[in-house]
Design a protein around this ligand. Structure first.
Ligand SMILES: [Zn+2]
Length: 185
């Protein structure tokens, strides 16, 4: 049995009921990821977004890990909002680049959905070869943004040797938790 986890969230509840009732099934979750070798294959807008994410990574405050992440959002109203990771000597008090950007966007442009996000990382002053992915907590924050505005966010994960792209955070966060659970009994 297989299905796609992209949009419109599958009829998982029925499948899990079957599972609980002793009728085991194998469930495969497919994610739709686009791969690009170079920013040249992307739109001018997307290239701009990646460039801003790279610049933002170089401004990160990451003296402890030296892993500098940069994110840039393009909002529906045309505004670019950058964010980078902010570390703290009390380690858990830091915050990831993506959430710095999302929260800044929501604080300053509360009515404008996020249209796209690019993320990349610089480690010890070198741009990473491989694309970097948002951590679990940032995926959750991106999901909240998508659901809040009912607007999928295109996500570009950039590395010098390639770019991965998804058209919704749901691709990276199947079986996710959202507010619907808070209303369930
Ligand atoms: Zn994160």
């Amino acid at each position: 049995m297989s299905f796609y986890a992209s949009y419109g969230y599958l009829d998982l509840s029925t499948r899990f009921v079957n599972l609980i009732q002793g009728d085991p099934i194998n469930v495969e979750i497919h994610i739709n990821i686009e791969e690009y070798k170079s920013p040249d294959e992307l739109s001018a807008e997307e290239q701009q977004l990646i460039q801003r994410a790279i610049e933002s990574a170089r401004d990160a405050y990451a003296p402890y890990s030296e892993f500098c992440v940069g994110a840039c959002l393009l909002l529906e109203n045309g505004t670019y909002i950058s964010g980078n990771n902010q570390e703290n000597a009390a380690y858990p008090d830091g915050l990831c680049a993506e959430r710095v950007a999302i929260f800044a966007a929501n604080a300053n442009h509360p009515g404008s959905p996020v249209k796209m996000m690019a993320v990349t990382a610089v480690f010890q002053d070198k741009l990473l070869d491989q694309p970097v992915y948002p951590c679990g907590s940032c995926r959750q924050a991106l999901l909240e943004s998508e659901l809040r505005f009912n607007r999928p966010v295109r996500i570009l994960m950039y590395g010098k040797e390639g770019i991965l792209a998804v058209n919704s955070i749901k691709e990276l966060l199947p079986l996710s938790f959202d507010s619907s659970f808070l209303k369930s009994k």
